[in-house]
Design a protein around this ligand. Structure first.
Ligand SMILES: Cc1ncc(COP(=O)(O)O)c(C=O)c1O
Length: 396
């Protein structure tokens, strides 16, 4: 039990058999039953009781007709951004979309043409590739640069790829960045803004992980640094990762540029994807208006988990490296010292260790030899998983 807090993050939940992707979908994806799952990016925690109560109220009322998106919902998003991230958002600039990936895909359609180049900074969340290629646009990779301490944006290469590819129109920014757990600094974001403004590159900005930042880092919404309308920035935010309600599909998008907002609105309307379902709308509004105490405790719990992983790796699995994670609950484990390619690394994790981690190669260029590890679970499960990995790799 979590004896000091109001909320319980420590008692394992029985998610197996609840039709959840992380526990029940692992066998199909990894080809083996019974794996301990550290892959899909949701957490093995019950959501905030305030959200559960609000949903329960809707269930008990028992009428599930069409909802409207209220001014109150827009206000709660704007107030959240101001309170948590110091970003002044006009509630009129807020609109809704079920999933962040849906929003990314719509933005790619709204702000680029077929055949245009869209930059992503790899390794990165796999659907970023898909929303570009499935919309007949072209992926332009600007791989992150690895330094001793962290992964950083490669600005020289960014300028080169924009210049050498005459049709780059947009970038999908992941801030904080999945999977390398970076929280971009003001300097990095300002430099990116300058480059994109100068070259007319639209920033499609995914901040789904914005609230999941540890006490030694600070998230800065890139739009809060932009003094003018140039470059055009469209930001996607969501309570889904933050409050562990990803299965409800509730997200919001924000842009100051009214013409861009109109384009985005029309694109979403053409997909009939410009509003939320009743439960999603209820959860989003409750999360942003009443969820802060739960989130503060969740972050405290996750930060102890982060420390546990760092200590475990340095003391018991020293060949597995990890840059100090600044945000997110998904960490980028570097197994390269063992010398295994992805296939063999996955075989050991699945067959010998009995754990499910996302293969690094799912995240694009440079992912070979890595695996993504989800620490959003009770400590006993985290320790069990790390122990399994330690025992499987002991012979190498
Ligand atoms: C960077 C990033 N964007 C988007 C998503 C998924 O968003 P959604 O489920 O709202 O489409 C994830 C989930 O892991 C993510 O890491």
């Amino acid at each position: 039990m979590n004896l000091t807090g109001r909320y319980d993050f420590d008692s394992p939940l029985r998610r197996r058999g609840t039709s959840c992707s992380k526990w029940d979908g692992a066998a199909r994806v990894f080809g083996k039953d019974g794996l301990l799952p550290f892959w899909v990016a949701d957490m093995d925690f019950r959501s905030a009781p305030e959200i559960i109560d609000a949903l329960r109220e809707k269930v008990e009322f028992g009428v599930f007709g069409y909802p409207i998106m209220t001014d109150e919902a827009r206000n709660t998003v704007a107030e959240w951004e101001k309170r948590r991230h110091g970003w002044d958002v006009d509630p009129d600039d807020v609109a809704f979309v079920p999933g962040v990936v849906t929003g990314l895909s719509a933005a790619v359609r709204a702000f680029t043409e077929p055949g245009d180049g869209v930059i992503i900074q790899t390794p990165v969340y796999a659907p970023f590739f898909r929303v570009i290629t499935d919309n007949d646009r072209v992926v332009v990779e600007n791989p992150l640069k690895e330094t001793e301490e962290r992964f950083v944006m490669d600005f020289d290469n960014l300028e080169r790829v924009i210049e050498s590819n005459g049709r780059v129109r947009a970038m999908i920014l992941c801030s904080p960045h999945n999977p390398v757990a970076r929280v971009w600094s003001a300097d990095e974001l300002s430099r990116l803004l300058d480059i994109c403004a100068l070259r007319g590159i639209v920033i499609i900005n995914d901040e789904i992980h914005q609230d999941l930042v540890y006490s030694d880092a600070r998230h800065i919404p890139i739009a809060s640094l932009a003094e003018s309308q140039s470059p055009l920035i469209l930001t996607l935010v969501a309570p889904s990762k933050t409050f562990n309600i990803a299965g409800l599909h509730a997200s919001a998008w924000i842009t100051k540029d009214r013409a861009a907002a109109e384009k985005m609105r029309r694109t979403l309307a053409s997909m009939d994807a410009g509003s939320l379902n009743l439960m999603a709308a209820t959860a989003l509004e409750t999360a942003y208006s009443k969820g802060a105490p739960w989130l503060d405790e969740a972050m405290t719990y996750l930060e102890v988990n982060r420390g546990l992983v760092e200590a475990f790796l340095s003391e018991r699995l020293p060949k597995v490296k990890m840059k100090h994670p600044e945000g997110t609950f998904i960490f980028w484990l570097d197994f390269r010292e063992y010398g295994f390619h992805n296939k063999e690394l996955q075989r050991i994790l699945i067959e010998d260790a009995g754990v499910a981690l996302n293969p690094g190669t799912d995240f694009g260029m440079g992912g070979d030899g890595f695996a993504r590890f989800n620490i959003g679970c009770p400590r006993s499960i985290l320790e069990e998983g790390l122990g399994k990995i330690e025992r499987a790799f002991a012979k190498f």
